[in-house]
Design a protein around this ligand. Sequence first.
Ligand SMILES: [Mg+2]
Length: 217
Amino acid sequence: MTLGTQWAIDWTRACAAVIAEHRVELITLDRDIGDGDHGENMDRGFSAVTPKLDELSADAVPADVLKMVATTLISTVGGASGPLYGTAFLKASVAVGSEPELDPAAVVALLRAARDGIVLRGKAETGDKTMIDAWTPAVDAAVQAQVAGEDEAGVLAAAAAAAEHGAEATEPLVARKGRASYLGERAIGHRDPGAQSTALLLRAAATVAAGGSGNGS
Ligand SMILES: [Mg+2]
């Protein structure tokens, strides 16, 4: 199965649904070690994204969907997460170019470009207790899966599982970036909300890919 525009559209809808569903969880995580706005911000952003899916042209490629998500998140999501996720989706859209369907290598390129964009924008490193701690294991696992010969859905499944482990692994960390860094050791025991939302978005990508709704065939 290849991943085309329908997959990108379905992933976007799934992102909106999963963020809405986990809104309170993300608010709570961010309230513990941040300013509590992450769930609200992400929900507002993806709620603004979904109506725009209907405005895509009939010949839209996956990059067009990713770019629309990027520009919408940048203009509607406050705090740090809007620019970070916006940059991620923007870099991802550039990485997949005008390809109508994404093969495993393109999926890896999408994830890597997203992660690199967040690093560039947020200047966080692995172990800083940020969303990078979900993104980088996801990229590494995606590369491994691609090398092992997994298909697109297999690459995304590996990425999602690694992101979930990465998000969980932020719990014992002291934060070195963002508001949580002011808490010092009091941040220990709390999961980073951005890492958690990353895990949710990547799981949504994998679930949609596994469901076979990616290319309308
Ligand atoms: Mg916040």
